[in-house]
Design a binder for this molecule. Structure first.
Ligand code: NOJ
Length: 608
């Protein structure tokens, strides 16, 4: 079988805004490719086993060469690290393990000089229990204004021994912990929707609102370009704190970071899930009150020049609910998790993309396509599960259906072309450009995710997608640092044929080369006006009539100016749609033959 050369004639350097004017374009976020740096696992410059700011700075050239527009850096604040930094003890500094404020400033400035924007991660739903506000609240006693920054309540039962309500922690176990009062007696309970070391803040308290606006300003004043908002749908609670049992909502898992995934493209429950009235009545997820907070934040962002931006992590039950966060006076963008959970088949992928575009169009916001992040099973592994539905398994559960990672990688290449061709922006998770798989066989004793502990070791948790980045083919942590990393890397990542950046660099068939090529070509096409933000209207789907005999395997669309993308998500080769059969191939995710697209392969075609 002869395969068509799939090497497009591309310039070796992508057009990049010249340093200095790099931040002049206020609408940059509409079609940006943002790279998520999971700081603990990216690059360790000081050899303590944990990544750091100096490590990120040492790899900025790699990121610029990859062709990304922005970085999102996971929390780097002082933290006991009970939840990998999502337990913040001070929002205006860095944890010494990661670096100093001065180093952070250097990083921001150096990234800007390369034309790369920097987004940080803000955690407004909860603080650490080691945040001064919380320690003051415990000392100040019941009824104090310090306690009113959190959700403290007396217990139920004869001596207050029963939690105030039945809410659960997303990580497992009860959502309440009882404190010992300053006089030594057992006292009030505080709410924590995550770990007990992450007390929820009381967003009905204006002091909390004011504090977070000032935190935003603190970082915006240092040139930070925006924030990813942690648990953006969780801040506001029903003040009566009703029990969830018998409450008119669907389930306490809906809309949690690990619970929104079943509200995807269709399925039996979809009509119920889309019932906005039910959903808005959940006592702690996606309550209408959150929108007022984000309207105020938007004003803060727009008081800067260039205006700063937000991306919401909001696990809500439908694209319509998500779009409500993206009205013109609210947040700019939100991760599109429906795409993460869509099964690998053509009708599902197409329906997911269509419904996301449709909902976002209704508010004029671009979709932010995502395949992986630090909370979900890496997509190489998900897409390599034998049954299509395993693609819907983002949650690191205990289901150990083995994954065919070679198949997963083929699909991952195809999925990248699909998401990069759709209107909107894209978030990449560090290591996906190397084709890293989930590390599913970490020894139990090294696991650090609170999910593992709080589920009594029944849920593996998220460590398997957080394993340190393999920069080199050999060395104590494959170039991550001078010493072993905080989690061990699998043997298969080492060596000249392994997955390290060093091993893949310059190899024309590697995942890294494919990412660099695709991102460079996309940047060219965006600059030429062929691809980019647009909305649903900048894309025309090919319907079944135009797709031809293999319609049920294909997802295909044309962009407004001369580009078509076709994906074969079926299990056998498919004929390209007749109207595209003769089109020039710009880039393909794998070997192709004229007019035929093998299974799990996508292609970009020039249509004029
Ligand atoms: C979502 C974050 O992505 C996750 O890592 C964290 O555990 C929870 N929010 C709680 O902050």
């Amino acid at each position: 079988m002869s395969s068509t050369a799939i090497r497009p004639a591309l310039p070796t350097t992508a057009p990049r805004p010249a340093a200095g004017d790099a931040r002049a374009n206020d609408a940059w976020w509409r079609d940006a490719v943002t790279y998520q740096v999971y700081i603990r696992s990216f690059a360790d410059a000081d050899g303590d086993g944990m990544g750091d700011v100096a490590g990120i700075r040492s790899r900025l050239d790699y990121l610029a060469d990859l062709g990304i527009d922005a970085l999102w850096i996971n929390p780097w604040y002082p933290s006991p690290q009970a939840d990998a930094g999502y337990d913040v003890a001070d929002y205006r500094d860095l944890d010494p393990a990661f670096g100093t404020l001065a180093e952070a400033q250097e990083l921001i400035d150096e990234a800007h000089a390369l034309g790369i924007r920097v987004l940080l991660d803000i955690v407004p739903n909860h603080t650490s229990d080691e945040h001064p506000w919380f320690t003051e609240a415990v000392s100040a006693g019941p009824g104090s204004h310090q306690r009113a920054r959190y959700l403290f309540r007396p217990g139920r039962g004869i001596s207050g021994e029963v939690p105030p309500n039945d809410w659960k922690s997303i990580f497992g176990g009860p959502g309440w912990t009882r404190i010992t009062e300053p006089d030594g007696t057992l006292g009030e309970w505080y709410l924590h929707l995550f770990d007990r070391k992450q007390p929820d803040l009381n967003w009905d308290n204006p002091v909390v609102r004011d504090e977070f606006e000032q935190i935003l300003r603190f970082w915006f004043d240092r040139g930070v370009d925006g924030f990813r908002i942690d648990v953006a749908h969780g801040l506001v609670k029903d003040p009566t704190l009703p029990d969830l049992d018998n409450h008119p909502h669907r389930s306490e898992k809906d809309g949690g970071w690990d619970g929104g995934w079943d509200g995807g493209w269709d399925g039996e429950e979809a009509s119920h899930l889309l019932d906005a009235a039910d959903r808005s009545n959940h006592p702690h997820w996606d309550r209408p009150g959150v929108h007022e907070i984000y309207r105020a934040w938007r004003k803060v962002a727009e008081s800067y020049h260039p205006a700063r931006v937000f991306v919401a992590e909001a696990w809500v039950v439908s694209p319509q609910r998500l779009a409500a966060y993206l009205r013109p006076d609210e947040l700019h963008t939100a991760f599109d998790f429906d795409f993460v959970t869509a099964p690998w088949n053509a009708p599902a992928l197409r329906a997911t993309a269509m419904s996301s575009l449709h909902a976002h169009d209704s508010v004029g916001a671009p979709v932010m396509w995502v395949l992986s992040n630090h909370d979900i099973t890496r997509h190489v592994t998900r897409l390599g599960r034998p049954s299509a539905d395993r693609a819907r398994d983002p949650l690191h559960g205990h289901d150990t259906e083995p994954s065919d990672v070679a198949l997963g990688r083929r699909r991952a290449r195809a999925a990248l072309l699909l998401e990069l061709a759709l209107p909107g922006g894209v978030y990449l998770y560090q290591g996906e450009e190397l084709g890293l798989e989930e590390v599913e066989d970490l020894p139990d004793e090294v696991r650090q995710d609170p999910v593992w502990l709080r589920s009594n070791h029944t849920e593996r948790g998220r460590d398997g997608c957080r394993v340190p980045f393999p920069w080199k083919a050999s060395g104590p942590s494959l170039g991550f640092g001078e010493a072993a990393g905080w989690l061990p890397q699998p043997a298969g990542w080492a060596g000249p044929d392994g997955l390290s950046a060093e091993a893949q660099d310059g190899d024309p068939s590697s995942m890294l080369t494919f990412y660099r090529t695709a991102l460079r070509l996309r940047r060219e096409l965006v600059a030429a006006g062929t691809l980019g933000a647009g909305g649903g209207a900048s894309l025309a789907w090919l319907d079944a009539d135009r797709l031809g005999p293999d319609a049920d395997q294909l997802v295909a669309f044309r962009r407004e100016a001369g580009l078509a993308c076709v994906l074969n998500a079926g299990s056998s080769p498919a004929h390209l749609p007749a109207e595209l059969a003769g089109a020039r191939v710009l880039l393909a995710s794998g070997p192709i033959e004229p007019g035929v697209l093998p299974a799990d392969t996508a292609v970009w075609l020039a249509t004029d």
